[in-house]
Design a protein around this ligand. Structure first.
Ligand code: ATP
Ligand code: MG
Length: 182
């Protein structure tokens, strides 16, 4: 394989584990890729509203990176009072939308933030997610984040990094910090 062919190999990249930094790692990739004028789409599964910092930060990369939330926000925590089936329906629609985005030809990198959580919670069937991942266009980089990545996802990925918690300020009762956590 020539070096240019190697450069065009679209990777399946997984950031998982209990330690902090999975979404941050994906956002960091956006900065690097935007430097090459690559087009990046971020779809966030499961969680509630966007955090102010990344929302505003990504506006600064307008034209290269954009993000959308799919799903119905927090599941089973915070102010969630929706039926589980409502979350399931939203997450499944989210996966169908992700498939469209992946095949749209408009993006070099697609980030499915917290997809692992959506699978782990049973919102999205593992087999459906695997099908989307395995059928991605060859040159597209697909990034999947979230703790509790399923072994089958790890198996088909090219790059898997586990963020392992060694220390987190939360253990000392220090709350989430502006510009670091949100
Ligand atoms: P980040 O978005 O900061 O990169 P993450 O994507 O690795 O974090 P998530 O599981 O998505 O982690 O959790 C999101 C929020 O939970 C973040 O505000 C993060 O600071 C916080 N968090 C992440 N890891 C831990 C941890 N080990 N203990 C306590 N809070 C955590
Ligand atoms: Mg995250």
């Amino acid at each position: 394989m020539t070096s240019s062919q190697e450069e065009n190999k679209g990777l399946v990249i997984v950031y998982t584990g209990n330690g902090k930094g999975k979404t941050t790692a994906a956002l960091g990739m956006c900065i690097r890729a935007a430097g090459y004028k690559k087009k990046i789409k971020i779809l966030q599964f499961v969680k509630g509203s966007w955090k102010y910092g990344e929302l505003k930060g990504i506006e600064l990369l307008k034209g290269f990176v954009d993000m959308e939330q799919v799903g119905e926000g927090f599941v089973g925590i915070v102010d969630d009072n929706k039926e589980f089936s409502v979350h399931q329906e939203a997450a499944r629609k989210g996966l169908a939308y992700a498939r469209e985005i992946i095949h749209s030809g408009q993006y070099d990198i697609v980030i499915l933030d917290e997809l692992n959580i959506a699978i782990d919670l049973g919102l999205i069937p593992l087999a459906d997610a695997l099908e989307v991942i395995q059928n991605k266009p060859a040159q597209l980089h697909l990034v999947i984040t979230g703790r509790s990545a399923k072994p089958e996802i790890i198996e088909i990925a090219d790059l898997v990094t586990e963020m392992r918690e060694i220390k987190h300020p939360f253990q000392k009762g220090i709350l989430a910090q502006r510009a670091i956590d949100w």
